[in-house]
Design a protein around this ligand. Structure first.
Ligand code: GDP
Ligand code: IMO
Ligand code: MG
Length: 431
């Protein structure tokens, strides 16, 4: 029996979906614990591509239970869409296979409207480049104690009451502050009554289900969304998302005590990407950046935006090792680096003449950070078919060892292509 947390070590899109799908074969339960449909987790199974935003990436295994924890913010419209989409591809999901916490907060139409409106009024340089899914406004209501949970939706009177108060407040903000259109309370009410009916069979006590599963000796996999540098506390604030994306978030966001976690695996793309605005010290604007963007197919899985690309950042990686307490690393997309020579790894930042080995807390210092690089030889060979580390060209092996050395965390999984089978597993986190 073991509980394993998967987290992103960078700015998201590290390949968490692929690794979660792969590890699900050893798990009994797969749990999302934060974020919402700002996430886009891609799986390629038997050549078929699936992208999940809300439903845990373990859902393709029919004998596993997928859970959505209290820390997630859930847009019922998107959940319905994902369920319908899976049905249409011959993978229907019954309420026996998917459970949603009664404490999960709901994304409401006014959250999405506020997300768009507040971004629209920000000047260039201040825009966060959110996914526009209502994530920040929903978490703001949760922390401000005016949010609406699944349990509230299932209590008709309570829901109507909370909705009335919220719509009054949000319409004031939308019209008077942002100059946007107001929303209709009755329309939202009617729409969410349908959602209440649809959601009810899935609603449950997730913390309790996990506890029972643990007592029955089951393996549990926690699926992080976003990445460490997008964490609300530890990331490049304010250019972050609104949840705790780090491993500690799994405990709060699923209702599990920290003593019950056995292993934390950090997913690290062999280079770095970022989507949305905010500082990115190793960003490349040259042919190498284009190589990574094109060969890596670096387009957002949620918004379709082009991802910004750059060299691997050791400052980011070492912060992730510390903040998440990483036990092992999964390095992904190493195949994308074929054809680059030399290859660079950022070891520290130079900020106005001072050396920084951890991410500065002041965003203006991050913006001023100049990467200091360590250069290593690259390789030209296609490695997408490699089945063992020893089959990689020597330069690729050395690059992987350099990442391990820098992180001081052992490599557990190496991914050399998007497919489930294009993976080299050195250590099974559940064993
Ligand atoms: P996530 O948000 O962390 O789950 O990552 P995304 O799914 O947003 O982005 C990762 C992209 O890289 C997806 O298109 C994956 O199919 C793809 N991918 C994952 N691992 C590899 C790999 O090792 N090599 C290549 N070439 N693609 C990969
Ligand atoms: P996965 O799980 C990459 C980014 C957005 C924006 C910032 C805030 O696929 O790795 P939000 O809508 O959350 O308020 O946007 O965070 N962002 C992500 N970037 N991968 C993600 O998820 C992301 N989720 C949010 O681009 O910069
Ligand atoms: Mg993604």
């Amino acid at each position: 029996m073991a509980s394993v947390i998967v987290v992103g070590t960078q700015w998201g899109d590290e390949g968490k979906g692929k690794i979660v799908d792969l590890l699900t074969q050893y798990a009994d339960l797969v749990v999302r614990f934060q974020g919402g449909n700002n996430a886009g987790h891609t799986l390629v199974v038997d050549g078929e591509k699936y992208v999940f935003h809300l439903i845990p990436s373990g859902i393709l295994y029919e004998d596993k239970l997928c859970l959505i924890g209290n820390g997630v913010v859930l847009d019922p419209a998107i959940l319905m869409e994902e369920l319908d989409h899976l049905s249409s591809r011959g993978k229907p999901v019954s309420p026996e296979r998917l459970k949603i916490s009664l404490n999960t907060h709901l994304i409401m139409p006014y959250h999405k409207a506020l997300d768009h409106a507040s971004e629209a009024v920000k000047s260039e340089g201040k825009k966060i480049g959110t996914t526009g899914r209502g994530i920040g406004p929903c978490y703001r209501d949760k922390v401000g104690r005016s949010g609406i949970k699944v349990a509230d939706l299932l209590d008709n009177e309570l829901f109507r009451d909370k909705l009335r108060e919220n719509v009054k407040e949000k319409n004031f903000l939308l019209t008077d502050l942002f100059g946007a259109s107001p929303l209709d309370e009755d329309e939202i009410y009617a729409q969410y009554q349908d959602y209440a009916e649809a959601l009810e069979p899935y609603a449950d006590n997730i913390s309790g289900l996990i506890d029972n599963a643990r007592k029955d000796g089951k393996n549990i996999l926690f699926e992080g969304a976003q990445g460490t540098q997008l964490d609300i506390d530890h990331g490049t604030y304010p250019f972050v998302t609104s949840s705790n994306t780090v491993a500690g978030g799994a405990c709060c966001g699923a209702g599990v005590g920290p003593s019950k976690i056995d292993y934390v695996i950090g997913i690290c793309k062999a280079y770095t990407t970022r989507v949305g605005s905010g500082p990115f010290p190793t960003e490349l604007f040259d042919d190498t950046g284009n190589h990574l963007q094109q060969k890596g197919g670096e387009f957002g899985a949620t918004t379709g935006r082009k991802r910004r690309c750059g060299w691997l950042d050791g400052v980011v990686l070492k912060d992730a090792v510390r903040i998440n307490g990483l036990d092992g690393l999964a390095i992904t997309k190493l195949d994308v680096m074929s054809g680059l020579d030399p290859v660079k790894i950022c070891t520290k930042y130079d900020v106005h003449g001072s050396g920084y080995k951890t991410m500065p807390a002041n965003i203006r210092l991050v913006e001023a950070a100049r990467p200091v690089y360590h250069e290593v030889p690259g390789w030209r060979e296609d490695i997408a078919g490699c089945k063992a580390v020893e089959e990689l060209p020597k330069a690729a092996q050395d690059y992987v060892r350099a990442i391990e050395d820098m992180a001081q965390v052992p490599l557990a999984i190496l991914s050399v292509g998007p497919g489930r089978e294009q993976t080299i597993m050195l250590k099974n986190p559940f064993e």
